[in-house]
Design a protein around this ligand. Structure first.
Ligand SMILES: Cc1cc2nc3c(=O)[nH]c(=O)nc-3n(C[C@H](O)[C@H](O)[C@H](O)COP(=O)(O)OP(=O)(O)OC[C@H]3O[C@@H](n4cnc5c(N)ncnc54)[C@H](O)[C@@H]3O)c2cc1C
Length: 382
């Protein structure tokens, strides 16, 4: 039986809302402290849409978590009366021997995720991508995309209905881990039975001793392209897609208007170190679009995706907080179990949010529950 009655959540973005949702549903009093507003462009959830996929090259242990999250998003959407998830299917393609591509296929096989394989000829007949011989595709019908604003609204609305309170413009200056208290910018000191820290790109500033030097903040650019009108109907029927290209991991969405009209395309990582890997300060981010941001995307589109060619009509800058392994950090604080951290979502966390909310709630409320080893502070420190 838990003795935790009141929890403070530091950071009301993706994971803070998910944690507040799960805790409030468990009957706990929840107070969320968010430095900006509900849904904003300064952290890691800007850009309107997020891919959800069960083909998981980052590690097959993520598949059951995304399957749980998929069910939760679907249920949340049904209760909210809004489609949070657009199930377009996911098309992944790359060289047959690409290790990440092979891991993604292996994850599908291991977890019986429905998928079909297509050789280079079939791929090019069915989808508007150009690939050389020796490449192939893996299509998973379960893939799709989530509508960020609708998802975060649904989590907040259900949390609020269950009694959670939200404070915006409430910046936490300091967390005293051993006292489980937080101090706000206006010097007010708050305490509760437990503190959840879901501060996204600000986590390393708030708790620098947690995993010293192991959380990098990176700038990423999302772009919306305006292809020729003749191509738009076919591009609107695209699944979400990802390419394990020798130059990097590129991904995109069908042509749509989910707040910005166009064809959304981005680069997750480049194979060779680039300026994208330079650490940034989340309070001082360059939000302009530069030629260097587009160079790799233009090369990719020219070589592999000619029907997408056209001007880039919009962009958003968004922040990754990454661990060296790209695995998340979800654990109790080693110095005081009343403080639970969920961070380091490494550019792929959004899809999991409600399932991570549940895990965070369990870590707060159930002393017998431990963090999965892969996400533990000890492993990340190691
Ligand atoms: C370009 C890009 C593309 C992505 N694509 C995908 C994708 O396709 N699929 C997918 O699953 N994931 C994707 N992700 C990852 C996903 O969006 C993130 O993992 C997720 O949003 C991280 O959630 P978070 O709660 O850690 O951060 P955020 O959502 O940024 O929330 C952190 C919150 O904490 C607040 N905060 C910080 N410090 C304080 C403080 N001191 N006091 C009060 N409040 C504070 C911040 O203001 C912020 O609101 C992408 C990320 C980016 C940047």
């Amino acid at each position: 039986m838990s003795t935790v009655r009141h929890v403070l959540v530091v950071g009301g973005g993706t994971m803070g809302l998910a944690a507040a949702w799960a805790l409030a549903r468990a009957g706990v009093e929840v107070t969320v402290l968010e430095q900006f507003s509900h849904v904003h462009e300064r952290g890691s959830h800007s850009g309107l849409t997020r891919i959800i996929r069960q083909a998981y090259h980052e590690g097959e242990h993520y598949v059951p978590i995304v399957q749980r999250a998929d069910r939760l998003w679907t249920e949340l959407g049904a209760r909210a009366g809004r489609a949070l998830l657009e199930r377009t299917g996911l098309l992944e393609f790359g060289p047959d021997d690409d290790p990440d591509f092979l891991r993604s296929i292996a994850a599908c096989e291991r977890h019986e995720v429905a998928h079909t394989r297509h050789d280079a000829v079939e791929l090019q007949q069915r989808w508007p991508f150009l690939v050389p011989e020796g490449w192939s595709a893996n299509f998973t019908p379960s893939g799709g995309y989530l509508r960020v604003d609708a998802c975060l609204d649904a989590l907040r609305d259900e949390a609020r209905a269950a009694g959670a309170t939200f404070h915006y413009g409430a910046a936490v200056r300091e967390i005293d881990v051993r006292a489980a208290t937080v101090t706000l910018d206006d010097a007010r000191r708050l305490h509760a039975d437990a503190v959840v820290v879901t501060a996204g790109a600000w986590l390393p500033s708030l708790l620098p001793e947690l995993v010293p030097g192991r959380l990098a903040r990176l700038r990423r650019v999302l772009t919306w392209w305006s292809p020729e009108a003749i191509h738009v109907p076919a591009l609107a029927r695209l699944p979400v897609w990802a390419a394990f290209d020798p130059a990097g991991f590129f991904y995109g969405f069908p042509h749509s208007d989910e707040g910005i009209a166009g064809l959304k395309i981005a680069c997750h990582t480049t194979r060779e170190p680039s300026v994208d890997d330079d650490p940034i300060d989340p309070d001082d981010v360059d939000r302009d679009l530069h030629d260097r941001d587009l160079a790799g995307l233009v090369d990719f589109v020219d070589a592999r995706f000619p029907s997408a060619c056209g001007p880039v009509s919009a962009h958003r800058v968004c922040l990754y907080t990454t661990t060296p392994s790209w695995d998340f950090v979800i654990d109790r604080h080693p110095d005081d179990a009343r403080v639970v951290i969920a961070g380091g979502f490494s550019g792929h966390g959004f899809k999991f949010a409600p399932a991570i909310g549940e895990l965070v709630a369990e870590l707060c409320l159930d002393p017998g529950r431990s963090a999965p080893e892969r996400f533990s502070v000890a492993r990340h420190r190691g």
